[in-house]
Design a protein around this ligand. Sequence first.
Ligand code: ZN
Length: 139
Amino acid sequence: MFDKIDHIGIAVRSIEAHIPLYRDVFGMEFLGEEEVAEQRVRVAFFKIGESLIELLEPTSDDSPIAKHIEKYGEGIHHLALGCEDIVAAREAVAARGVRLLSDAPRDGAHGKLISFMHPKDTGRVLTELTQRKPDAEEH
Ligand code: ZN
């Protein structure tokens, strides 16, 4: 059902402040930034093999990422599992008792469809399901 670690999301106060670490120290390719208005967050992606590191910076105090940083500090926020069919993956995990945080897949960064599972049902690890849109560019 899941075929790769799509990305690991890391909550930061400032994307700008972390670019040198991932790009220059770790030598990962910087794929750019974009804003996800619905989540009140800016995201930046770095490529490592088939997977990505996603930095998440809150754009507002009521952003879920702002609340996460307030509570836990900066650090790993979520794990994203890649799949080819997010609708089928949602149904499969739901059938095994894992709750989903939305009624349907949502638009995430990079034109991907995403859903989050309830962390209480995933060993307290916030876990995202991610599906590339069929017409989205592979990177
Ligand atoms: Zn993510």
